[in-house]
Design a protein around this ligand. Structure first.
Ligand SMILES: [Zn+2]
Length: 452
């Protein structure tokens, strides 16, 4: 991918592989606990000791010491559904509904994007996510190998998937499956534990029943997850019926009839804006997982995710940005605040539940151990409380409801610093923005027929 190397002149972080990280507070979402004056000792990518910060500093005198004033240590976040490269299409949705947005904004521009542009956009998106405290993301796009290169350059964890669409064309279905196999082979050949893939039919209304069924077979054969957008729009059952001549009574039955749910396939379903509690329960019983994308859903007029149905069904769930074209932000804390507000008083979703949705999906997607205890993976974010925060108040409430007061100062992925002193290690953001600006003007110019 041309150009990426320019931003990585300095790849070496100032921090060593053995560090004692100490903050004023630490939050463990899995346990729902706040610690004061807490520290963790990081070595070999895992937490090898944890407890009172002052004690740890004395116990490990030879280790690098990172004491963050007004710091809050928390397991880092996962953007459980995104399209990183869509930063190239940011702030263009206006007041368009989903259908018009897709046909007027997305499709004409995506037709013009080459691998270098997708890579550049993904780099920009990855930098934004890292600065929001995310150490991992789940992406779906095309030219996905360019997304993968960007994610690896940044040192983030990623699930990289190729979004398959056949619209009922058997030849297209075959080529889409070929592309998915090619990506799976590439990921397997890398032997990089930060890199994962999944089989990703785009939606039930753009993928024929035959393609969905073959996708499930492929997922089963390769031992991969299956990812799909599901019930994002209110009219998806009708669209699916019209396009493919099938009847969809409920999504769980439709998917299980095609082998997409059950028999070793536990789908990860994005959006789920128009699923009933019964559908969530059936998906959950089959090991399915829901990813909510509240900003994107509201932005495109699809409604709010049915959070209470999600909670009462007991299905596991995460939170995603859905990319900057429909968000238009890539801030995990903003997404968290919206989720908390939509859930509302009396829903049973407290700030710990929100923080769990931000952090625990890393276990499902990346096989890491999330937490601040000994033996947990050193995927950590350290936020600094500044203007807009109340350092004497509950930091879990602050992080979720006053996100503007918390700045990600450090981000560790498997113990390696990706964000250091508020900047992404080795990335010259100004130069990256120059290229981003050129790329966006180039796309818009080509779209207008200029520069052909
Ligand atoms: Zn999406």
């Amino acid at each position: 991918m041309v150009g990426v190397k320019l931003y990585f002149a300095i790849l070496v972080s100032g921090l060593s592989a053995m560090s004692v990280v100490v903050g004023d507070y630490a939050l463990d979402p899995g346990l729902g606990r706040v610690y004061r004056g807490f520290g963790v000792v990081v070595e070999g990518g895992v937490i090898v000791d944890a407890g009172e910060g002052d004690v740890l500093v004395g116990r490990y005198p030879r280790y690098e010491r990172l004491v963050v004033k007004r710091g809050v240590i928390v397991p880092s976040f996962v953007d459980s559904h995104t399209h990183l490269a869509m930063v190239l299409l940011r702030a263009r949705a206006g007041l368009l509904g989903m259908g018009e947005w897709f046909s007027e904004v997305v499709l004409p521009r995506e037709r013009l994007l080459g691998p270098a542009e997708v890579g550049l956009g993904s780099l920009v998106g990855g930098v934004e996510l890292a600065l929001s405290g995310a150490s991992g993301f789940v992406d779906m796009y095309f030219h996905e190998e360019s997304v993968l290169e960007a994610g690896r350059r940044l040192g983030l964890r990623g699930v990289y998937t190729y979004g398959m669409v056949d619209n009922g064309d058997p030849a297209k279905a075959e080529s889409e499956l070929r592309e998915t196999r090619r990506l799976a082979d590439l990921v397997a050949s890398l032997g990089d534990r930060r890199v994962r893939t999944a089989v990703a039919p785009h939606t039930p209304y753009t993928c024929s029943p035959a393609l969905l069924s073959e996708a499930a077979t492929l997922a089963r054969e390769r031992g991969l997850d299956l990812h799909i957008h599901l019930a994002e729009r209110a009219d998806e059952k009708r669209l699916t019926a019209e396009r493919f001549g099938v009847e969809v009574r409920d999504w769980a039955s439709y998917l299980s009839g095609l082998g997409v749910l059950g028999g070793g396939v536990s789908p990860v379903c994005f959006h789920c804006t128009h699923l009933s509690q019964d559908e969530f329960s059936a998906l959950g019983r089959g090991g399915g997982f829901a990813v909510l994308n509240p900003t994107s859903n509201l932005r495109l007029g699809n409604g709010a995710p049915p959070i209470r149905s999600v909670l009462s069904s007991g299905i596991g769930f995460g939170l995603g940005t859905d990319g900057a074209a429909s968000n238009d932000d890539l801030s995990m804390l903003s997404e968290a605040k919206l989720l908390a507000l939509l859930a509302g008083v009396g829903s049973g979703l407290d700030v710990w539940g929100v923080l769990r949705a931000l952090t625990l999906p890393a276990e499902r997607f990346f096989g890491v151990k999330v937490g601040l205890r000994m033996g947990c993976t050193a995927d950590l974010a350290v936020f600094r409380m500044g203007l807009g925060s109340n350092p004497a108040a509950d930091p879990a409430l602050g992080l979720v409801f006053s996100p503007g007061g918390f700045k990600c100062e450090y981000l560790f992925v498997g113990g390696k610093p990706v964000v250091e002193a508020g900047s992404v290690v080795g990335v010259d953001v100004d130069s990256l923005m120059d290229d981003y600006e050129r790329a966006v003007y180039s796309v818009e110019g080509r779209l207008a027929g200029v520069g052909r």
